[in-house]
Design a protein around this ligand. Structure first.
Ligand SMILES: [Zn+2]
Length: 172
């Protein structure tokens, strides 16, 4: 597996820890406009199995960032590349959102509350990405929003109202 000691977020930003761990599952494009941020939970029993899947050439899935329960942020795919997290998806007139989005996975089995430290790191990452890519808060969405028939993540435990109060989500 690719292991690079590289960070794409510069020193001085509000990001606590960021390690580039890489994934082979991405596409390169000449230039892309990032319009969306899509939030997921991993839905697996633990962090190790989630990372293994997100790096597996067989599973063919990935995301840009994964946030551990302790709040550590790992990057698997660079922002400029297209990660494979959304699948068949739609929002308004946009189809198949991978091309236009950044995907963030939260380590969570899908049936438990999110950790406070994890949400705090997510908030810092969203603030950074929103500013860096000029993303409208109405396009910070959950996987369940863009693929409602197939997906339930990030699910009912996810604190959308907290994000709304911080100007990181529309009211919902
Ligand atoms: Zn998902």
């Amino acid at each position: 597996m690719i292991f690079e000691a590289k960070t794409s977020i510069k020193k001085g930003e509000m990001i606590s820890i960021l390690k580039f761990i890489g994934s082979p599952n991405f596409d390169t494009v000449s230039k892309r406009k990032i319009k969306y941020i899509i939030i997921h939970y991993t839905g697996m029993k633990d962090q190790i199995s989630a990372i293994q899947k997100l790096q597996s050439k067989v599973a063919k899935v990935s995301c840009h960032y994964l946030i551990s329960k302790r709040g550590n942020i790992f990057q698997l795919v660079k922002d400029e590349n297209v990660a494979w997290h959304a699948g068949k998806s739609r929002w308004l007139s946009d189809l198949n959102l991978n091309l236009k989005s950044i995907g963030i996975e939260l380590v969570n089995n899908g049936n438990e509350p999110f950790e406070k430290k994890q949400i705090n790191s997510l908030i810092k990452l969203l603030q950074f990405l929103k500013k860096n890519h000029q993303i409208n808060k109405k396009f910070i969405l959950g996987h369940e929003d863009i693929a409602p028939k197939r997906k339930k993540d990030p699910g009912p435990h996810f604190p959308w109202f907290k994000l709304y109060k911080l100007n990181l989500s529309k009211k919902r």
